[in-house]
Design a protein around this ligand. Structure first.
Ligand code: ZN
Length: 175
């Protein structure tokens, strides 16, 4: 099974961001970017505030879904765009408090990752996950494509919980 590309190669360039507790690493030569911690964070810690530089009506690869309706935000500060997906994430975008929260201990040098379906119902583009976690879900397309059992180990945004509840209601009515 393929694992995180950053673990397979040391060939990357580190880039400073406006918050000294983080850095972007860019793999060479393919240019894949990811956000890494330069310090430790405890599980449960609110590690960074975030906001929206733009609100869009359609999702794309850089947006985070912010509500049940068609509301998708471009995150600010911009370095948060490089928080990639992992099926065993260590951060969660808490849209109620607008805080990025650690959901597992993070050590200096760890990549920051979040579980895309925790905010995304139906993504604009599916991809094959190669995170290497024992619980890797493989093809990631959003929470709409995952069963309740797969989702129950994760923190989920309120709009995702609402949509899962609606799905359950529809399934019940369909019977
Ligand atoms: Zn995975």
């Amino acid at each position: 099974m393929a694992t995180n590309p950053f673990l397979e190669t040391l060939s990357f360039v580190s880039m400073d961001v406006e918050d000294a507790r983080f850095e972007i690493r860019e793999l060479q030569p393919d240019g894949h970017r990811a956000l890494f911690a330069r310090t430790n964070f405890q599980a449960g810690e609110a590690i960074c505030s975030f906001g929206a530089s733009q609100i869009m009506t359609q999702p794309d690869r850089y947006t985070v879904q912010a509500a049940t309706a068609e509301r998708h935000i471009i995150l600010t500060p911009e370095f948060l765009l490089y928080v990639n997906h992992d099926c065993r994430p260590n951060v969660f975008f808490d849209l109620r408090t607008m805080q990025l929260r650690a959901v597992a201990p993070i050590r200096e040098g760890d990549e920051l990752t979040f579980f895309y379906p925790s905010t995304e119902w139906a993504m604009s583009k599916a991809f094959e996950c190669h995170c290497g976690s024992a619980h890797c879900l493989g093809r990631i397309r959003g929470a709409a494509y995952l069963d309740d059992e797969s989702l129950k180990r994760y923190d989920l945004a309120e709009h995702i919980k609402d949509l899962l509840w609606l799905r359950k209601l529809e399934q019940r009515n369909g019977r």
